[in-house]
Ligand binder design. Sequence first.
Ligand code: ATP
Ligand code: MG
Length: 200
Amino acid sequence: MKTGVLGGTFNPPHKGHLAAANAVRQALGLERVFFIPTNLPPHKRLPEGSATTAQRCDMVRLMTEPYPWAEFCDVEIRRGGASYTVDTLRALHESGEDDLTLIVGTDMLLSFDRSWRAPDEIVRLAGLAAVARGTEDFPALETKADELRKTLGAKVTLVQCPVLPISSTDVRQQGTFEALTPPAVAAYIRQNRLYQKVFG
Ligand code: ATP
Ligand code: MG
């Protein structure tokens, strides 16, 4: 089955995640997209006042629920320890998923061969589909995509779609969850008083 994989901290999940996944799904004809919250993000520690892992999972479940193509996947949480995408793709492959597309935003494509574990193996296990996070991102994405094709033999697709320049950091720091997260996630943040320390 043609399956997309969108990994992230999802602290919290927001409309940019959903839009990126949906745009790649439509462009590449994916049948479903797995939203996979990291157990412990290898590149960063979660800031103080973050949602717990259970809460991040609840929010991803709530965000994906309305869409038949979107699935919450807890493979990284169940595996425990630091989450590395290569291990996740390997596990999915072993369970029979052999048509995988890894969905990434600008920051993740640009850092792909520098800060990811085993990028050469990742590109053998999955195609890459990148979505711009800012309106000025495209030239840098194109340069990087070419480089990864040449150096790693990666299959990279740049997906053009309306850019939603939002991040979980904005949501946490500015308290803009009502506008930037889907309604069910916004209700959850409100009810559980998440990120309150930051914006009072
Ligand atoms: P934080 O600010 O905490 O880093 P984030 O908004 O970057 O949060 P992550 O969970 O770190 O969200 O991102 C998961 C994946 O989704 C990454 O590949 C990231 O590039 C991508 N992504 C996040 N926001 C967007 C967006 N607005 N448009 C396109 N891709 C996005
Ligand atoms: Mg991020």
